[in-house]
Write a protein that binds this ligand. Sequence first.
Ligand code: GUN
Length: 277
Amino acid sequence: MKIIDGKEIAKNLRLKISEEVKKLDRPPGLAVILVGEDPASAVYVRNKERACNEAGFFSDKIIKSENITEEQLLEEVERLNHDPQIDGILVQLPLPSHINANKVIEHISPLKDVDGFHSENIGKLMQNKSHLRPCTPKGVMTMLASIGCEVMGMNCVVIGASNIVGRPMAMELLNARGTVTICNSKTKNVAEKVMQADIVVVGVGIPKMVKGDWVKDGAVVIDIGINRLDDGSLVGDVDFDAIKDKASAITPVPGGVGPMTIATLLENTLIAYRQNL
Ligand code: GUN
């Protein structure tokens, strides 16, 4: 069994990106908007800013009060849409409930939508024609490629059908010509589906939901979940200890998919830079 070292794969990707950046006339610019004081979001945003700086990007961290109106936030996005120094715009989710997150996402220029959440970019992903693809699923594909995992013809099971993770993940696997089953919270006999899978990808936010006896010997298991338990420890959505000796490869939490998401955000910002020239 191989533990997939997401940190190492992400580091190599970031290194490759920083080499590319050195050749450019101006640094690619990423604006990250954080609304309110959700502690987990604050950590994510800080990590994104640090990765940007290390790779030689220009990063603009914009912190707004929880009381910002939807209109004010849309104006901020509009300003960034027209800022020539900014190639990528990311609005950290979740947003406070008085703001319609979908309206904000749709207001980001699709050319600067480095999260790949705008309906135009999601539509292109469905047509296998996209330039800006959601970071976490795209990072998983990079990871699979880097361990030599062939998706074509494989049975792939995705657990979770969110707009950020499950749906685009399923589409990525389909685009790579896998045979994809998407499970949601109402799916009957999830264990039975997982047992058929050569590749399992889980992103639901339920600690250790996927049990050891669900997984076929030799399967590749990708865990997108990050759950903090009452004792302060971080665990994924799969029972790592029970699965690690059955899987041919598995991602740890932390140190698996998380670092890939951030490296892929930089990759997307560089793509946006090039298409915005
Ligand atoms: N919150 C949790 N994951 C993400 C992400 O990938 N992008 C944004 N914008 N917010 C998030």
